[in-house]
Design a binder for this molecule. Structure first.
Ligand SMILES: Cc1ncc(COP(=O)(O)O)c(C=O)c1O
Length: 384
């Protein structure tokens, strides 16, 4: 017998079917998915166009190595330029968010010839070597991943950033920052902070890496959350929503960064099947106007959430929303799932994160709000 390596605390639910913003378990029970499988579902589960594109591709060819031309990669790059607005950037494809950040950090170091990286408190950049070293969670950093090359600064602290660049400016290869911190609890980088990162990088020859793995791909109501500050990063890392559940990641690289053969590489990255999935995602985002839908729906949800007295600090942008759950209703997430069949996300210690499909309908938003209000009422009744 082989047991599964027990690294996740599991809900005792097996999901066997999904469509749009709903999933069904092995007993046929329907759940509303306000979690999006951790911000992965961008256009909705099993979207018919996405399914068809993958099926059609599968019947032609699923994979061949990056030693040959793979035309669908360029098709994806062209569509990405159109939808993201990052015309002139270069695309390197890989398979996950951690891998995207790993490549971004490595590229910054190659490009600058430097070793130091600035990262921030409550950041999450993935679980591979340098990505995890730049993640503010000592519990997930193995001894072999420990390095002096990461400088952690307080998030949104302009003075600390300016000071660090003043003292170490010429050693810094890159600053890596999420536009909206996800795992850290839905913390929005201020425009002033992102602008200061931009000017500090420019003045010191460092690269600005915009970790857009969770907050990117339209989730914030703009293609990249960092766009709100009116700045452009040197590298954008992407994954999660990029494939709507099909594993694919990538980095968008500014035109001034020169590639060299052998600098980056991958076996599976950019395979035919993954590109077909990613292309379908962008096509649907465009056809269904999902970025502005996310913005609109997000504003509606936030306005409604702010009227609920029992929850605190409602914050976010688009369909990346968080709120604090006070001690008197701390069982809220569990109650939503077990008694009202609603999946939500969390951030320790007491944040509920909402990361639904960008195609969440108004009716589904209302369904969630009703379930939330009922859950709160039930919890408050129990404590009286
Ligand atoms: C901001 C951010 N960066 C990187 C990652 C890592 O992505 P992956 O789990 O695909 O490696 C995550 C995953 O949650 C993330 O939220």
């Amino acid at each position: 017998m082989i047991k599964l390596f027990d690294v996740y605390p599991l809900n005792n639910i097996a999901i066997t079917r999904a469509q749009g913003s709903y999933v069904w378990d092995s007993n046929g029970v329907q759940y509303l998915d306000m979690y999006g499988g951790h911000a992965v579902i961008s256009i909705g589960h099993t979207h018919p166009h996405w399914v068809k594109r993958i099926k059609d591709q599968l019947e032609k060819i699923a994979f061949y190595s990056n030693s040959v031309i793979i035309p669908i990669q360029q098709q994806l790059a062209d569509k990405l330029a159109e939808v993201s607005g990052k015309n002139g950037f270069q695309l390197f494809l890989c398979n996950s968010g951690a891998e995207a950040n790993e490549n971004a950090l490595k590229l910054a170091s190659f490009h600058t010839g430097r070793k130091k990286i600035i990262a921030f408190s409550k950041s999450f950049h993935g679980r591979t070597s340098l990505a995890v070293a730049a993640t503010d969670n000592p519990a997930i950093i193995a001894p072999v991943n420990e390095t002096d090359n990461i400088i952690f600064l307080p998030f949104n602290d302009e003075a600390a950033l300016a000071d660090c660049f003043k003292n170490n400016g010429k050693e810094i290869a890159a600053v890596i920052v999420e536009g909206i911190q996800g795992v850290g609890g839905i913390n929005i980088a201020t425009d002033a902070f992102l602008k200061l990162i931009r000017t500090s990088c420019d003045e010191n020859g460092a690269l600005f890496i915009a970790d857009s793995v969770q907050c990117g791909y339209g989730r914030s109501g703009q293609f990249f959350a960092h766009d709100a500050a009116g700045i452009e990063a040197d590298i954008y890392s992407m994954a999660k929503g990029m494939g709507n559940g099909f594993p694919i990641g990538g980095i968008l690289i500014a035109p001034h960064i020169q590639p060299k053969h052998g600098m980056l590489g991958t076996t599976f990255g950019g395979n035919h099947l993954a590109c077909a999935a990613a292309l379908a995602v962008l096509e649907v985002m465009e056809q269904e106007n999902l970025i502005s839908m996310a913005k609109q729906r997000g504003m509606y949800l936030m306005n409604q959430l702010k009227q609920i007295d029992a929850i605190e600090n409602v914050r976010g942008k688009g369909l990346m929303i968080g709120f604090d759950v006070p001690e008197n209703i701390k069982g809220l997430k569990k109650k939503l799932l077990e008694d009202h069949n609603v999946f939500t996300g969390e951030a320790k210690p007491n944040v509920i994160r909402l990361l639904p499909s960008l195609a969440l309908s108004r009716k589904q938003a209302d369904e969630f709000l009703d379930a939330l209000k009922e859950s709160i009422q039930e919890l408050l009744q129990n404590t009286q």
